[in-house]
Write a protein that binds this ligand. Structure first.
Ligand SMILES: NC(=O)c1ccc[n+]([C@@H]2O[C@H](COP(=O)([O-])OP(=O)(O)OC[C@H]3O[C@@H](n4cnc5c(N)ncnc54)[C@H](O)[C@@H]3O)[C@@H](O)[C@H]2O)c1
Length: 323
């Protein structure tokens, strides 16, 4: 048996690969190592994975190759799970280069579904969606049963499109699928384009950080180890053949962005210099996940408090090369 993970050099993908390898699974990683953020960080994550003999890696762009041509028949027959995390992320980035989001998040999603549906022994296709699909919804907490017809950004719309395409592939080809709507994932080895990482850099450098105004600007920050645990629980769960499920993976406890800054000041032991600007239209004011469904289906709940998670991130950050 082997598990194919796309976006394996990414923040969540690398940590999921590591956890699968620790369980003795054979993992095939795919990533195009694009330069959306510091590629050294992607390579560093990858070098940890490559030290394990159960891990193999292919530097491939999902949108431009026929994936099946990279594997022989036995390798293809061995793949039981596909975990698809490769994406162009970044809500605000999607305002400047919307086409990049169509390429990876829609074309790339179809490419990996086409590959996966032809695998003889696939049991489950698991893919990353996002809390951003809840867009301009105001009813809190966000539930999977809510309508999601008003995305706030092209990124959100591309993730919703991927959910719909997945639903269609389940209907057409009977490929069991679970989409995971991740809520602001943070932690060691995280993404430098995300607010908590940028704030930490600004604090350490003595630079001014930019905070968006808004009375209740808050996020349901979810710690990486909890997210990895959720993915592993979904992998170990046998889905019904007609599964086209979508599950929230969040902390069920929104925290204000100002409190995030206060915690970073505490754990980095330096003051923050703050400039307040208006919130861009692509950024929603609040996110908050209901986790009732994932709790009921796979028995997962978040365990890490926000204070503990930010302390762990800060400890890693101070010792990293990314200050
Ligand atoms: N981190 C979060 O807070 C968060 C929240 C919601 C959803 N998500 C989703 O979770 C998934 C993983 O996110 P992440 O934070 O690890 O992001 P990431 O950017 O660190 O990882 C994505 C990886 O995909 C790779 N990639 C991009 N386009 C590719 C392509 N065409 N072919 C092959 N590889 C490609 C990138 O090089 C990168 O290493 C993404 O689908 C993202 O949209 C993340």
């Amino acid at each position: 048996m082997s598990i194919l993970v796309t976006g394996a050099a990414g923040f969540i993908g690398a940590r999921v690969c590591q956890a699968l390898l620790e369980q003795g699974e054979c993992v095939i990683g795919i990533d195009n190592l694009n330069n959306y953020y510091n590629t050294e960080l992607k390579k560093e994550r990858l070098s940890i994975l490559l030290s394990n003999k159960l891990f193999s890696f292919n530097e491939i762009d999902l949108t431009s190759v026929d994936l099946s041509s990279f594997f022989d028949k036995k390798q293809l027959n061995d793949i039981n799970f596909v975990i698809h995390f490769a994406a162009q992320a970044g809500v605000r980035h999607s305002m400047s280069v919307p086409m990049d989001f169509v390429d990876t998040n829609i074309k790339g999603h179809i490419a990996i579904l086409e590959f996966s549906r032809k695998l003889a022994n696939i049991k489950h296709f698991i893919y990353a969606s996002s809390s951003s699909v809840y867009g301009r919804n105001t009813a809190l907490p966000f539930r999977e049963s809510d309508r999601v017809d008003h995305p706030g950004s092209v990124y959100a719309a591309s993730k919703r499109a991927a959910e719909l395409i997945s639903d269609c592939y389940q209907h057409l080809y009977g490929l069991p699928q679970t989409g995971l709507r991740f809520f602001t994932v943070y932690g060691p080895w995280g993404r430098p384009d995300m607010a908590y990482f940028k704030f930490a850099q600004a604090i350490m450098r003595g630079e001014t950080l930019t905070l968006y105004n808004g009375k209740h600007l808050s996020r349901d920050f979810t710690y990486i180890d909890d997210v990895v645990d959720a993915v592993l629980k979904v992998v170990s769960f046998s889905p019904p053949v007609d599964c086209a499920r979508i599950l929230n993976v969040g902390n069920n406890s929104p925290e204000s962005v100002l409190y995030l800054v206060n915690l970073l000041e505490k754990f980095l032991k330096k003051p923050a210099f703050i400039s307040v600007v208006s919130r861009p239209a692509a950024d929603v004011e609040t996110t908050w996940a209901s986790v009732d469904a994932i709790k009921e289906i796979v028995g997962w709940e978040p365990k890490t408090s926000f204070d503990d998670g930010i302390e762990k991130f800060s400890t890693w950050f101070i010792r990293s090369d990314y200050l």
